[in-house]
Design a protein around this ligand. Structure first.
Ligand code: 5AD
Length: 378
């Protein structure tokens, strides 16, 4: 099967996947994906990573888009088996930032030259869509930042209100495409509510730039499941794809199980790099962050390696120091320094050491721009 790239474009000389050494990468059907995911031969993997890096350069360039992450509330009504913020975890001290704190943090992102802020939270009914819409409008007026929301599952009506208020993008990972595994790790709030795939469809209809993604190595996740996840990235024509290794949190049900066996995907950075590279091959025009979970599990080289294996986005955490330790989705989540002063310099040094530079402006994905142009024409 050929890679589907929409709309069809002529091959870019020197980067097209048909160049001789990439022949088999052009045939990424399910079994091809499974073999690449399971590949451990370093020379073959180098070829995979080089093909992803070439395609990244050709399609989204050498700039690295910086998104300032603001974790605005850690209240959550869900009982996800993997996440430290789950409602039954009474060890968590809950917080909710007020609008002034959020706007001040967003202005810090703008001062650092970031083009986007990502407002993230647990599923918090205390963050009503009315309040969020006012916040979005205020950020629109007081900053020139692009606004990404990552606030969990919300009704289509709420998503519409937020879009109309001025939100540009929405992130909602589907976590795994295996419905049985998903039901086990993500108990539904009630019967008949839209699932994440319905919501991703709704986000697209509403004109959001749509991001999703999965965890790698969820206990019970097989190689076949992960290949299906990648196929979903392609089918959903995602504009942004975030993937990170599952990290066991001791205060959650999945923090206490260990699954082994030949079909279990290990939750490690090596597999995550392969998923990242394959995501680039399947969605050449998407924005692909090197996630914090990958950076934590892969150690100090992980950000640079991720950026050279398909990634083109970083999401430095700007959550105010007083609360960030409480946003512990998984252990060590808060360990990343706030990227001001020396930490910002360090980030810039990392980028220039691999021949890259920080993007300026909103950093919209070419995938979204092309889709919007197509819709305007039709
Ligand atoms: N390990 C890794 N990633 C996690 N997430 C939540 N819990 C964990 C964990 N234990 C990811 C989910 C979620 C995103 C915000 O964080 O994919 O969508």
């Amino acid at each position: 099967m050929r890679l589907s790239v929409s709309p069809p474009r002529p091959p870019i000389p020197g980067t097209d996947l048909e160049r001789p050494h990439c022949d088999e990468l052009g045939k990424l059907d399910h079994s091809g994906l499974v073999s690449w995911l399971r590949e451990t031969d370093p020379r073959r993997l180098e070829r995979l990573f080089a093909a992803a890096d070439d395609l990244r350069r050709a399609r989204v360039g050498d700039s690295v888009e910086l998104r300032g992450l603001i974790e605005i509330s850690n209240h959550c009504v869900r009982r996800c088996a993997y996440c430290g913020l789950r409602a039954p975890n009474h060890a968590v001290q809950r917080y909710r930032l007020n609008d002034d704190e959020i706007v001040a943090t967003a202005k810090l992102a703008a001062d650092l030259g970031f083009g986007t802020v990502v407002l993230q939270s647990g599923e918090d009914p205390g963050l009503t869509s009315g309040r969020l819409a006012k916040l979005v409008q205020r950020l629109r007026v007081e900053t020139a930042l692009a606004l990404t929301l990552s606030l969990g599952e919300r009704s289509e009506a709420e998503l519409e209100v937020l879009r109309e208020a001025g939100a540009d993008r929405y992130l909602l990972r589907f976590e795994t495409s295996n419905p049985e595994l998903y039901a086990r790790i993500h108990p539904p709030l009630g019967p008949g509510l839209p699932d994440r795939f319905d919501l991703l469809e709704a986000l697209r209809r509403l004109g959001y730039e749509v991001g999703s993604g999965v965890m790698v190595g969820i206990p019970g996740q097989t190689w076949g499941d992960l290949a299906c996840d990648l196929e979903r990235f392609r089918e959903l024509e995602l504009d942004m794809i975030g993937v990170g290794p599952f990290i066991a949190h001791p205060d959650t049900p999945l923090g206490r199980v260990s699954e082994t066996g030949p079909e279990q995907v290990p939750a490690d950075e090596e597999v995550t790099y392969r998923v990242l590279a394959l995501s680039r091959l399947l969605r050449p025009d998407a924005n692909l962050p090197v996630t914090t979970a990958l950076a934590i599990s892969g150690g100090e080289d992980a950000r640079g390696l991720g950026l050279q294996r398909g990634g083109n986005v970083l999401m430095p955490n700007l959550t105010p120091a007083e609360v960030r330790a409480h946003y512990e989705i998984y252990p060590d989540k808060a360990s990343e320094p706030i990227p001001v002063g020396a930490a910002h310099q360090e980030l810039m040094r990392l980028l220039s050491s691999i021949g890259r530079y920080a993007g300026s402006g909103p950093g919209t994905s070419p995938s979204y721009r092309v889709r919007m142009e197509r819709e305007e024409v039709s």
